[in-house]
Ligand binder design. Structure first.
Ligand SMILES: Nc1nc2c(ncn2[C@@H]2O[C@H](COP(=O)(O)OP(=O)(O)O)[C@@H](O)[C@H]2O)c(=O)[nH]1
Ligand SMILES: [Mg+2]
Length: 331
């Protein structure tokens, strides 16, 4: 088993040594541990610090964002034969000493993705409002993913190679939630591991303000819903419109049949507008659903392409054999 521990960093020279020192040198069940720092155009000595601790460094000459850095790190790890990739942050927020526990479910074949649950309800420096929002956000994400996860925004995670071949990060922001929703919808096994975070070293760089975080998370979650559960969003818009349209419309028809239609044109106009709105929503649902079929085919292609690129197709062959074996066993 080859493990890559990747750390996306933007100007982390201060805290990076703490992170690199606390990464275990040996883990039961793991033959090789490699540490990869993705330096996203830092203007400080992040890359030098990383190298001085023997870490590999992938450097972007210009800041490209956290999602892109995550993807490039995963790409590098897969190309170098990683069986497991652990992601942690450069601000020493997460307890790297727990990496052995984090990867264990993956080694044991019990999980594809393991998420370090920060137990946000117990973090002292989180306000009650932030805790409530974390809980709510995690619920919404869990629902979209079809699993129950207490901490959807945690960046401390382990991924199996198979999971990384299947996951595609497309949005700029919040790959954290996106990967969970994708993983859930792709029927990957996701579990949580309770961790205790280290004391806060600095303010968040990703969000300057709570509201910005909420706005961006909300946007990312809505987009994921549109991608994976379009019937939820469009159903919630379309069905009330349909009802709101049918009631006055039928009312008008009743009056009209009784020969009293002239005074009820408002009902007709309002009802018709609502019915047109509902029709449009349902038409959108059909389009989104067709798009979804396309996306599934594209993702399937990408997965095979990645397998060819990284494994000479070994993974594809292995899974075909597995499938054939399970079919042979099935009655
Ligand atoms: N690649 C990249 N990493 C970033 C960027 N902003 C923050 N990070 C890294 O992302 C991780 C989490 O950032 P942090 O500010 O702690 O956000 P938090 O998750 O809200 O605590 C840290 O390792 C940062 O170095 C960015 O623009 N690009
Ligand atoms: Mg942080």
């Amino acid at each position: 088993m080859k493990l890559f521990v990747q750390i996306p960093c933007l100007n982390e020279e201060q805290t990076l040594p703490l992170v690199l020192e606390s990464i275990p040198r040996e883990i039961p069940g793991v033959d090789e541990i490699r540490v990869l720092v993705i330096d996203d155009g830092s203007t400080d000595r992040t890359a030098e610090v990383a190298r001085s601790y023997g870490a590999e460094v992938l450097r972007h000459p210009r800041t490209m964002g956290l999602a892109r850095s995550f993807r490039d790190g995963v790409d590098h790890a897969l190309a170098h034969g990683a069986d497991i990739v652990v992601n942690t942050d450069g601000d020493n927020q997460y307890p790297q000493e727990r990496i052995a526990d984090l990867v264990w479910p993956v080694i044991a074949g019990e999980a594809d993705v393991v998420i370090g649950d920060r137990q946000t309800s117990t973090i002292a420096h989180f306000s009650p409002f932030k805790k409530a929002m974390q809980r709510f956000g995690s619920r919404v994400v869990s629902f979209a993913a079809g699993t129950d996860l207490p901490d959807a925004a945690s960046g401390f995670r382990a991924y199996s190679r198979a999971a990384l071949l299947r996951l595609n990060v497309v949005t700029q922001f919040s790959y954290c939630m996106e990967t969970i929703i994708q993983a859930g919808n792709k029927r990957l096994a996701i579990t949580s591991l309770q961790i205790v975070t280290n004391p806060k070293t600095r303010e968040s760089r990703l969000f300057s303000h709570q509201w910005q975080h909420m706005y961006l998370s909300g946007r990312a979650i809505s987009r994921s819903y549109l991608m994976y559960r379009p019937n939820v969003i469009l159903g919630w818009i379309g069905v009330p419109m349909l009802v709101a349209g049918l009631v006055p419309f039928v009312r008008f028809l009743v009056y009209w049949f009784m020969g009293d239609g002239a005074g009820h044109i408002q009902s007709l106009i309002f009802g018709t507008a609502m019915l047109v709105g509902a029709l449009l929503t349902f038409a959108l649902l059909v389009i989104v659903d067709l798009q979804r079929t396309n996306r599934i085919l594209l993702e399937e292609t990408l997965e095979r392409l990645k397998a060819l690129q990284y494994d000479d197709g070994r993974e594809v062959v292995r899974r075909a054999e597995e499938l054939a074996a399970s079919e042979a066993v099935a009655p």
